[in-house]
Design a protein around this ligand. Structure first.
Ligand SMILES: NC(=O)c1ccc[n+]([C@@H]2O[C@H](COP(=O)([O-])OP(=O)(O)OC[C@H]3O[C@@H](n4cnc5c(N)ncnc54)[C@H](O)[C@@H]3O)[C@@H](O)[C@H]2O)c1
Ligand SMILES: O=C(O)CC[C@@H](O)C(=O)O
Length: 525
């Protein structure tokens, strides 16, 4: 039974779903990184929010780990390249807390417009400072949206409901989508010049880090109010403080900080500054949503191989997984066969599908071919890290889908580009289930690729099979199955024999002494 560790505070629904789905679960929260390192080796899955930082050190200790599930959106607390290299799937729940976070941005916008936190503190201090707190209306004001994805578009919708005008800067926002959202697509400079309120809804990337830098803040309208419910680091906090102090910035509300937890900040105590401790996603509804979603997704992966919302591997629904399973077995065998046979500077690989295979999700098939191919050289490769490792090694991966009808109802062909030229193998599924080789280096040969095999290339000549049979018999080698193919009568022929024991170097040396033998190799599947 797979075992999952929930290492951050999560709605109890998550643990309940894991148990219902047959996954053992431990909830151990508030641990230091060293304490997590000490226990993580026992787990197949790790469910987190934002507190657990999944570092290289934690991953190195997570020898059984197959999946990390983030109950939320941002995965900046997970070292995704390290997880990918280790073959660990990283998933998030991209929609479960979007409404809640958008509502928090709107709440902060109201808080700034009417100075609610300061007015509350003053009133509760018995001051009744009615003349101190003069607010602004939101109606007819311009909201500048930086990032118009899931959360940004909900914020835009709510702002339009408040009769605001919304201008948006997002390089990936199409003009059609902007029209659909009812926003005006603008450049960043135009947004800075026009917005009365600015709200940020982008991830933190190299392009968005300090998107509101001192220089950008200087271009804003005097009195602008700024809200950040996305990620710390999008705004230069020192420049924000200077802008608030000078009065150029009329107010700022931060839910997120460069350094979290933000126990101290020069911004704290600044007039017109409002803050919350990364509460964007903190509603009952959002936490139930993300807990259910992360547990369902992780259980799908651990129990049936279904992949949803993964950031480092293609999606594969729980319905698709059983259909693709035999294809992935075939793909892995063909990858392994060509990996064992083709030598010398592999620079590219083409994976072609035709017939029934052409209607399937090809990405997992490709990953399985690559995993089979590279497992010949490293045993730490799997479906998740195989494409990553292939890229790292400069192998050009090409996927081809043919509409044509071929000789087989379903066919998968793998061709590698090596220094010696292109080499190709092809296979099908018998009865839609059993992987079977049908072609090897241009020669038709049907074989099950299983267990230990002897591969021989020889000149097609009378008596050869008898001589090989005698040699194997004398060497005490029992033949399980025997498969034969030839390019032309008297030309190059291929023999694939399944044998009970691994093929030894000693046996290969003897086989190579037979007249007409060009190549003899042992294979394992
Ligand atoms: N405060 C919280 O508790 C909380 C909760 C949920 C999400 N978040 C954060 O909110 C952010 C947005 O989440 P989302 O679900 O809307 O993400 P999303 O991926 O749906 O949208 C992000 C948008 O940012 C845009 N973008 C990317 N680079 C950009 C750039 N250089 N300039 C302008 N726009 C750019 C993208 O095109 C995309 O439309 C994420 O960072 C997420 O982690 C915070
Ligand atoms: O889990 C949380 O409380 C924060 C989540 C939020 O930052 C996210 O990116 O989804």
């Amino acid at each position: 039974m797979p075992k999952v560790l929930i290492s951050d505070q999560m709605d109890p629904k998550a643990a309940q779903i894991f148990r219902e789905r047959g996954v053992e679960v431990d909830e151990i929260t508030g641990k230091t990184p060293e304490e997590v390192i000490a226990i993580i080796g026992d787990y197949d899955g790790l469910a987190i929010r934002s507190s657990t930082k999944v570092t290289k050190a934690i991953l190195a200790a997570a020898t059984k780990l197959k999946v990390i599930g983030r109950a939320g959106i941002g995965v900046d607390n997970v070292d995704i390249p390290a997880a990918s290299a280790q073959g660990v799937v990283v998933m998030n729940t991209p929609f479960g807390n979007s409404i809640t976070t958008a509502e928090h941005a709107i709440a902060l916008m109201f808080a700034l417009a009417r100075q609610l936190p300061e007015a509350d503190a003053s009133t509760q201090a018995g001051k009744w400072e009615k003349n101190r707190f003069m607010g602004v209306e939101l109606t007819s004001k311009t909201l500048g949206l930086i990032g118009a994805g899931n959360i940004g578009s909900i914020v835009a919708d709510r702002a339009l409901g408040l009769r605001m005008k919304v201008v948006a800067f997002d390089p990936f926002l199409t003009p059609e989508r902007a029209i659909e959202m009812g926003v005006e697509k603008v450049t960043l400079d135009e947004l800075l010049a026009r917005a009365d309120f600015i709200t940020l809804h982008t991830p933190l990337t190299d392009q968005t880090r300090n998107i509101l830098s001192a220089e950008a803040l200087a271009k804003t309208k005097p009195g602008v109010r700024i809200i950040n419910c996305a990620r710390g680091g999008l705004i230069d906090e020192a420049a924000l403080k200077a802008g608030l102090d000078s009065g150029h910035i009329g107010g700022a509300a931060l839910d997120v900080f460069v350094q979290e937890p933000a126990k101290e900040s020069p911004l704290f105590g600044t007039p017109n500054f409002v803050s919350t401790p990364h509460l964007g996603a903190s509603t009952n509804e959002a936490q139930v949503n993300v807990a259910i979603q992360v547990a369902e997704q992780m259980a799908d992966y651990l129990m049936s191989g279904g992949v949803t919302n993964a950031l480092n591997v293609p999606s594969l629904s729980a319905e698709e997984a059983p259909k693709l399973k035999p294809y992935m077995a075939l793909a892995e065998k063909l990858g392994s066969l060509i990996g064992q046979l083709a030598h010398g500077g592999l620079s590219g690989i083409a994976i072609e599908v035709e017939g029934a295979a052409a209607s399937l999700n090809q990405k997992p098939i490709t990953s399985a071919v690559l995993a089979g191919l590279m497992r010949v050289h490293t045993d730490t490769v799997n479906m998740v890290n195989a494409p990553f490792l292939a890229k790292e090694r400069g192998i050009d991966v090409r996927e081809v889908r043919h509409d044509r009808e071929g000789d087989y109802h379903t066919l998968l062909r793998v061709t590698v580009k090596t220094e010696a030229g292109d080499r190709s193998v092809a296979g099908t599924l018998f009865g839609d289930q059993a992987p079977r080789l049908v072609e090897l280096f241009g020669i038709k040969v049907e074989a099950d690729l299983a267990g230990h095999m002897l591969y021989v290339v020889n000149e097609d000549a009378p008596g050869f099979i008898g001589r090989l049979g005698s040699l194997l018999g004398e060497a005490g080698v029992n033949i399980g199955t025997f498969h034969l193919g030839r390019r032309s009568a008297g030309g190059e022929a291929i023999l694939l024999l399944s044998v009970d024991e691994p093929v030894t170097q000693d046996l290969l040396a003897k086989v190579r002494t037979l007249s007409g033998v060009r190549t003899a190799m042992g294979l394992s599947f």
